[in-house]
Design a binder for this molecule. Sequence first.
Ligand code: DX5
Ligand code: ZN
Length: 220
Amino acid sequence: MNKLLSASVMCADLLNLKESVKALEDAGVDYLHFDIMDGSFVPNITLGFDLVNAVKAVTSLPLDVHMMVNDPARYIDRMNLDERDFLCVHYESDIHIQRTLSQIKDRGIKTGLAFNPQTPLNGLQYLTDYTDMVLIMTVSPGFAGQKLFAGAERKTRHARQLLDEWGCAHIPVEVDGNISVENGKLLSRSGADIFVMGTSSLFLKDKSIKQAAQDFRAVI
Ligand code: DX5
Ligand code: ZN
């Protein structure tokens, strides 16, 4: 599977977002990653639906929307997403996650199913028909600038193995949280396909976005 880069927009220069989006396009990233938080599922509030729609209207890049909210089904229709975009919801956030994934698919949007570090992957085996991507959180979600959790490599490998066993080699595994060059290399070898790049690897003080993306691609 192709290795893909998803740039974390919450870590970009938000006061100059239009220029940041242009720089990300020029750098050749594959997706724009939007962290949507509700201050309840995670203890933080960041980007919102209007911003997602505003960027969607001006970019040629597909979006990778990561919903860290309780009962995400309430918000599916708030964003103008299409068949190129991922709308990713957390396994823990909705007791009827199958219905929610199904509703996203009915709208022609690609689904993602996210798992917090401590959440077992058991339920995934019954949901593969509704899942276009699996997101393994490599930190507890909510904040940029955290440290990779100790089980991240093992869990990424496990997710890849299970999907392959279930005949789902086509479903990519995404990793999110502290994806530095070093961790990206490690997790790529463990089977990760999509890498969320934030403060750890893409938005750096001493390197351009283009150079950072290039350096990261070289190791995954
Ligand atoms: C977690 C966020 C962060 C962020 C990634 O909810 O999705 O993972 O974008 O950035 P860093 O590299 O700071 O962890
Ligand atoms: Zn995220």
